[in-house]
Design a protein around this ligand. Structure first.
Ligand SMILES: *Cc1c(COP(=O)(O)O)cnc(C)c1O
Length: 439
């Protein structure tokens, strides 16, 4: 094992992180959007391809999940203004946040109740389309709701889909795969919540539990899947498909902002704050937003103080060659989905020149923000999703002022639009919500 002590001692940021302190980091490697896309393995065509695929599947989604009918089978969440929460952030946390504060409610996405309904479901649909075409089940121009017919469901039943998960990814992959007819196995780490396992089992999902951590569940799942030629393993760390599923959020948000008559341009910058685990969801969403808004959007990730894996990889330049345990952090957090010790190398590579910065947040603050939002707006989010509020709360910090100055944004603060990306919560059962409220 390498010794990272020297690295930490020569670096004030890492020294603070090692002590579990909250930090705000600006990415010195950020370039113009144009430059960041040079040599990038993914591009606007890939995002467009993902959008089109989701449109093709919309009739099938609508058939299985009537709650998506109003959106014609698209899985999309509301974008709402949270003025009372903005007031609270300014008064209680002295944030001096200007401009508008919006909440992107992926917490309320259909089917999985979290941001994972974007990437996870997309990945299973992509696999399904490939399989159906390969076996001649779909003719060009045929409506995809045909894939819901009994004989085709039986055909899918010969195939297995497997995933390792701490919870939300398992919910999204598990539910969609089970409904489509697959044999689905979700490999859960010991810390996964009981209600998530119960919910999956109610869909007929094969849930396997492991004593070890998330890494152990992934390892076992992958080995089992690799041994079965009819099994597909969803790889949270390296999947381009998951990433592209998330990226579709870019154009969807653009449309919603237009409907709210909110302009984003050079004079009206957009700031987005997204909770980060392994990096796929915030990375994919940011990538999609960048394709639409280019240099006018400023993307920040938020991670728990004990599990800031993406920040560690980016700030040291070591990407996935370093993990939070290497600098003495536990990797443990109350925030479901964010307890990740090592970032995705693939996402780290793409974000290197696109990301504006990162904030870290203490677990106790997540519960404070959760109660604040409930009191001011009557909206419930799971604690991990509340990490997003560390973004707007940090508006008055010196590094943020530095960021505004360096990017010529000081005079535009009042016209800015801030989006806290709420990544999960609507499926959390009532008794667990009560538990969270008391925490
Ligand atoms: C998974 C998850 C995230 C982060 O997504 P990654 O792809 O792991 O970075 C954030 N919030 C919630 C609620 C999640 O479930």
């Amino acid at each position: 094992m390498e010794n990272f002590d020297r690295l930490v001692e020569g670096n004030p940021l890492l020294a603070q992180m090692r002590e579990g302190k909250e930090v705000l980091w600006l990415n010195p490697g950020k370039t113009s959007f144009e430059e960041s896309m040079i040599g990038c393995e993914l591009g606007p065509k890939d995002v467009e391809d993902a959008e089109q695929r989701l449109l093709r599947f919309a009739p099938l989604i609508q058939k299985y999940f009537p709650e998506t009918r109003r959106q014609h089978g698209l899985i999309e969440s509301p974008l709402v203004e949270i003025g009372a929460m903005k007031k609270c952030i300014n008064e209680k946390y002295e944030a001096s946040l200007e401009g508008r504060l919006l909440l992107k409610e992926d917490s309320h996405l259909a089917i999985a109740g979290s941001v994972k309904a974007r990437g996870g479901i997309y990945e299973v649909l992509k696999y399904t389309e490939d399989l159906a075409i390969k076996h001649g089940l779909l003719q060009p121009d045929e409506s995809y709701d045909k894939l819901g017919e009994t004989d085709i469901k039986h055909f899918f039943g010969q195939y297995a889909i497997q995933v390792g998960s701490t919870g939300n990814l398992g919910l999204s992959i598990g539910i969609i795969s089970a409904v489509l007819g697959y044999h689905v196995i979700v490999h859960m780490s010991a810390d996964a919540r009981q209600w998530k396992k119960d919910l999956l089992r109610s869909y007929g999902v094969d849930v396997r539990e492991y004593q070890g951590d998330y890494g152990e569940a992934v390892k076992r799942g992958r080995a089992l899947s690799d041994a079965d030629p009819n099994s597909y393993f969803v790889d949270d760390e390296n999947s381009r498909n998951l990433f592209l599923g998330y990226s579709v959020a870019g154009k969807r948000l653009q449309k919603q902002l237009e409907e709210m008559q909110i302009t984003i341009d050079e004079e009206h910058p957009l700031f987005v704050y997204i909770p980060c685990g392994v990096g796929g969801a915030p990375g994919g969403i940011s990538f999609g937003l960048k394709q639409v808004f280019g240099d006018c959007v400023h993307c920040f990730f938020v991670e728990p103080v004990q599990a800031p894996c993406m920040l560690l990889g980016m700030a040291t330049g070591l990407n996935s060659r370093i993990c939070v345990q290497d600098i003495g952090l536990s990797g443990k957090t109350q925030a479901d989905g964010l307890a990740v010790g090592r970032p995705s190398a693939f996402v780290g590579g793409i974000m290197k020149k696109m990301l504006s910065g990162e904030m870290t947040v203490e677990d106790s603050k997540l519960y404070d923000y959760m109660r604040d939002l409930l009191e001011t707006e009557g909206i419930f989010l799971e604690p991990s999703a509340c990490a997003a509020f560390q973004g707007p709360v940090s508006a008055g910090r010196v590094q943020m002022k530095q960021y505004l100055a360096e990017n010529g944004l000081e005079a535009k603060r009042k016209q800015a639009v801030h989006v806290a990306w709420a990544t999960g919560g609507s499926l959390v059962p009532e008794e667990i919500r009560e538990e969270y409220k008391r925490a």
